[in-house]
Design a protein around this ligand. Sequence first.
Ligand code: ADP
Ligand code: ZN
Ligand code: ZN
Length: 740
Amino acid sequence: MFASILINTNAKELNRVFDYVVPKEYENVISIGARVFVPFGKGKNLSEGYVVDLMDSSEFANKEIASIEDSILTEDNVELAKLMAQKYFCNVADCIKLMLPPGASKKDLDKRVKEKTARFVYLNKEKDEIRFDIDNNIKSDKHKKLLEFLLENDGFDVTDLEVITDVSKGIMKTLEKNGYIKFVYEKVNRNPFAHKNIDRDSKLELNDEQQSVYDQIEFMIENEEFAEFLLKGITGSGKTEVYLQVIEKALSMEKRAMVLVPEISLTPQIVDRFLARFGDCVAVLHSKLSDGERFDEWNKIKNGEAKIIIGARSAIFAPIENLGIIIIDEEHDNSYKSDMTPRYNAKDIARFIAKKNNIPLILGSATPDICDYYKALNHDKELVELTKRANNASLPNIEIVDMRQELAVGNRSMFSLKLQEKLAENLKNKMQTILFINRRGFSTFVMCRDCGYVVKCPNCNIALTYHSFGNMLKCHYCGHEQPVLKICPECGSSKIKYFGTGTQKVESEISKLFPEASTIRMDIDTVSKKNSHENILNKFKNENIDILIGTQMIVKGHHFPNVTLVGVIAADGTLNIGDYRAEERTFQTITQVAGRAGRGEQKGDVIVQTYNPDNYAIVCSKNQDYEKFYDGEIMLRKRLNYPPFCDIILIRVNGENLENVKRVSAKLYEKLLKERNENLLIYKPVASPIDKIQNTYRWRIIIKGKLNRKAIYTINSAIGKLKKVKDINIIVDTNPSNMM
Ligand code: ADP
Ligand code: ZN
Ligand code: ZN
């Protein structure tokens, strides 16, 4: 018997499989996914690897597997990794790494994260005997105190015991020597919820809409059938309650559940609701955990202790067996698409796993991804809807303010008069306000301040991006370029502006206008520390801070009963990001932000400031009219051939030498055309919008077409035919979350 082994290494050129002979005595124990040690290369040391194939013959195998350790991966894992490697144009090893325990890619075994143990103190004699001795033989008060405590609390952590009883470890040693107590090392869980104390709640009685959604999903769970549901429900319509109850159903069948949420909304609020309903059989996986915490959570999942896993994108690879349901909340969020190798989309992986396990997959959102909604309407998924707020809270009142008018009446501040007035009123009433700005659009697009005209590409209908080098406007898609404008072609004004506003600027303007108001800021700069995201939100809530100023990360599922005003400073921020999803992102963002207002008793107000009050994304968000927005958007996508009508395949060519980057890009383009795949529309190579990052030049080729087997072949074949050029890195990314 022979085995194909993937060597666990970071060295790029080794990311392929090597064949080994399976020794006779291992033939019955070896399986696909097993972790092995093999002789590799010149060194004496054995290398770690994973079995990805077993076969009866091999032309290449000449060395034997040295040892078989354990089975970390399953056969399904390996199958998935192989599929991913094809679909996402990367190595199997890159995909396998996502499925290994935290820290497993560290070369040095001793440096890997391990279980944490602590010393516990136990009584070492019968309780009656100890009671007798306390009364008759033991003189020292400290000795008595410690033993009395242990009679009630046998098995206590040494350090905690020392703090609680005020008896030193030295004294405990004496008691150990006298045979009264013993020290035992035990595994402890580094519990990310250790600081929590949550009251349990019980399930709510579902309303009719919820019940109907629940019944359809329950049917699939009971019948053990795959189905993909798109749960479209306005904010506050009770989607989470439905999730909780279908999970309960899965648990009642001795199955387990996986819940994905966007990284930045993996806030305590959402986790708390699961803890309150299900107690501590919940495990969480996200990037803010310490290595130790992640390791323990992973093991809790692997050994079956955890029944419900809540995590961000990569949690989809957690080693969970016997799944009964997968839920992806805020499914439109672009954090489900990885922008690092492997460039996978967690929704695709979830679909694969759900099919394999014959279980339902639920995608939930108030503003579904246009592509998913299109598929649902075309019966590629089951559409289920919740149309009313579950606790009868009313939807906020949304008002669009035309910033061109503000300028016309002489208001040059970044706050409209309407917003200033509402802010003053809110401060007077001691209610809270959220000011949202969108940093993604930072200073890249060019707009006329008098009429709102934005310069767009004639071929692609996408805002041109300003490049300070050469003072040019460029299209990210087709390479069209033109000089910057001095005069607006629509209205003749010379008030052309390069757009961008930051949270700090908003904060300083507020302190000028309302010196008495307290403010707190939340953006990338302020939330980098562990838990600071949570701390800022708690502070805002508990200390009743007047104004929270923030970027994207404030828009997700928080509940602030005292927030009655939300101001969107520049709604145009996402409108002109040079991406075909600009309108979609704008609509989603405004709808999500608006959902933060008036969640309590009071009705909320939302002021949306824009220079494009007639843009359909903004108009539709005023009425929270998803269907109308969808109708407009899908027509445009069809006309211009964007997803869901095709895939956008982006091939990046990166390198430190600009001439090489250009030359390889041109060669690649040539090779791609030579493949003669008529189903692909291949654009000529252009510089990326951000064309140099950390001294690396970035060029790219955009391909429109369906990413099917033939397309994968075409692209791989073209890349394969390129002569290797040192330092040039070629990356293929399909439907990337970020076009920059
Ligand atoms: P979503 O996830 O759609 O934003 P939630 O599940 O958070 O909505 O529900 C919004 C609010 O309505 C929560 O406070 C929740 O407790 C409450 N709620 C949900 N379902 C019901 C129900 N069937 N009866 C009463 N209140 C409900
Ligand atoms: Zn103009
Ligand atoms: Zn263009």
